[in-house]
Every structure is written in structure tokens, then in C-alpha cells.
Design a protein around this ligand. Structure first.
Ligand SMILES: [Ca+2]
Length: 291
């Protein structure tokens, strides 16, 4: 069975909630195993609200972690406050996200795939981590041994010198993206901003569905752009063509300001996807997974 870790900037936008539902449902059905979810932003409601969301999905066996040293305090609190009010948990009850990544990778019997739909400082921290009480291996050794593939919603790949939120909107995001992409020894598939923009999903949910309520808390009750759910469905299908995409292979780089560049090469370790189907193909697929 394929196994995944999710990194999310849970709370900044509401398409993360759609992505988490898709993963939670696939996990619950036994189609995949989610080893953990790490939040790469921080407010007092971060981990408790994701915990409560997963409880509502019926998948409390998925551990939650949060970047307890994250310099980025979310300004606009939306669905996290209401969800965390439904549990007694606090961030103190959850593991630091870098440790969660290390633990999940070290404990896994087989290959691990990592999905990132937020900032990259946690996965960068895991990659450059040193041996500790969890494992005598460094992060680089763990990634080389166990991490087969990484899927990233980030970057803007329809132009050189693309600038996209997850990779370059804040200094800590720029550092995380540059550090991770520069040092990563694993193949990476990127789904860029240009893919999910203006492709709305979540508009078919019932009004009493807690996913609809989360979207509505964010001001997206009539649907939201689909960056994160598109990455998750692409990864779960596991075949770019079947998922409705053409692929451009090569070498991606991200500079110290978080700006992304790409050199095409059929043998490169990186790829970005380009839509091969009409928008309704992807929106129908995602809406069918979440209603
Ligand atoms: Ca996100």
C-alpha cells in the first residue's frame, strides 16, 4: 500500500481542508495509509483544529504535528478557531512537525511519498535533521533510504522566474523552499499556481457538511480554487497522464528569494504538470471525491 505524509499551511486558505478530506477518505477506505500530517504555520488553534477535523472524518489514527518554531503567525483566523473550540486539545498535546516527519519516515516499513501543500520549512528541517532519539540516521539518510517521491503544490512554472505564495511569500518560506529544493535527493513533481487558479471546487457540498462550514468560515462557501486538492488527486492517481496532465521533465531551482526556474531535460529528477483536459474534468473529479 502506498504511504503518505502531508505538509499543510492549514488555516491560511481553505483548499487545504478539501485536500485533507480527500486524503482522509482514501485512508479510511484503506486505499492508502497516511502516516501523519504536519502543519507548517502556527497559531494557538493550529493542531487542535486539524485534530478535530480528522476526528470528524473518522481518522484519528493519523497523527498531527505542528511547527512549534514557525515564525509565521497566521493573521486571518478562520475555521481553526471554531474547530478547536470543539476539543480540549492544545498545540502542546502534539509533536513538533519535523519530529513527526522523522518518526513517520523512520518507522515506515516501505517507501514513503510526501505531499506538500504549504510552506517547505518543515520538510527542509526534516531533510537536514541530525540523528536523535527517534533514529540514529540523519534526515538525508532517511530520505535517501525511504522517500520515493515528493509532490509539491508550489511554484509558477508557466514562466521563468515564477513567483508563487508557498515558495516566496515570506522570508522563512523563501529559505525553506530554497534549502529544500537545493538539497533534496528525491524526485519531485510540482503542480504550480497556474494549474489550480480559477478552478473552483467545494461548491457542491451540502450546507451542513463540516467541510462546507470550513470553506464558509474562510469566505469560500460557494467554492474555492483547487490548488491543494489537485495536487492530492494527482498524487493519489499516481500517473500524470491518467490524472489528466502532460509532464515537463528537467531540473527545477528555487533561488534565495523563492523565485523558481526550470531547465528542461528528459532525464531530470523534477517535473511540473500542465493541464491536458478541460477544467470540468478536474473539478468533477474532486467534487465527486468530497461530497
Ligand atoms: Ca495550502
Amino acid at each position: 500500500m502506498r504511504t503518505f505524509i502531508l505538509g499543510t499551511d492549514w488555516g491560511e486558505d481553505s483548499d487545504d481542508c478539501v485536500a485533507v478530506r480527500i486524503l482522509a477518505r482514501a485512508h479510511k477506505k484503506g486505499e492508502i495509509k497516511v502516516l501523519g500530517m504536519g502543519i507548517n504555520t502556527l497559531i494557538e488553534y493550529s493542531a487542535p483544529s486539524l485534530y478535530r477535523f480528522l476526528e470528524k472524518e473518522g481518522v484519528l489514527d493519523i497523527p498531527v504535528g505542528v511547527d512549534k518554531n514557525c515564525p509565521h503567525q497566521i493573521q486571518r483566523v478562520t475555521y481553526q478557531k471554531r474547530l478547536s473550540a470543539e476539543t480540549d486539545k492544545t498545540n502542546d498535546d502534539f509533536e513538533d512537525a519535523v519530529r513527526l516527519y522523522r518518526r513517520a519516515i523512520a518507522k515506515s516499513d516501505g517507501d514513503v511519498e510526501i505531499l506538500e501543500v504549504g510552506f517547505l520549512q518543515v520538510i527542509a528541517g526534516a531533510l537536514l535533521s541530525q540523528p536523535d532519539d527517534i533514529s540514529p540516521k540523519s534526515g538525508m539518510e532517511l530520505f535517501c533510504e525511504k522517500v520515493k517521491k515528493i509532490w509539491i503544490m508550489g511554484g509558477k512554472w508557466d514562466q521563468q522566474a515564477g513567483r508563487e505564495y508557498n515558495l516566496c511569500n515570506y522570508p522563512f518560506a523563501q529559505r525553506g523552499a530554497h534549502t529544500f529544493i537545493t538539497n533534496c535527493p528525491c524526485p519531485i513533481t510540482f503542480l504550480g499556481w497556474e494549474i489550480g487558479n480559477q478552478l473552483i471546487t467545494g461548491d457542491k457540498l451540502s450546507k451542513d457538511d463540516f467541510l462546507h462550514l470550513a470553506l464558509a468560515d474562510h469566505g469560500s462557501g460557494s467554492g474555492r480554487e483547487s490548488w491543494d486538492p489537485m495536487l492530492v488527486t494527482l498524487a493519489l492517481i499516481g500517473d500524470n497522464e491518467k490524472a489528466g496532465y502532460n509532464t515537463v521533465k528537467g531540473f527545477a531551482t528555487v533561488n534565495e528569494q523563492g523565485v523558481n526556474f526550470f531547465t528542461e531535460d528528459g532525464n531530470g529528477p523534477h517535473e511540473y504538470v500542465v493541464k491536458a483536459r478541460p477544467d470540468s474534468f478536474y473539478s468533477d473529479m474532486i467534487n465527486n471525491l468530497i461530497v
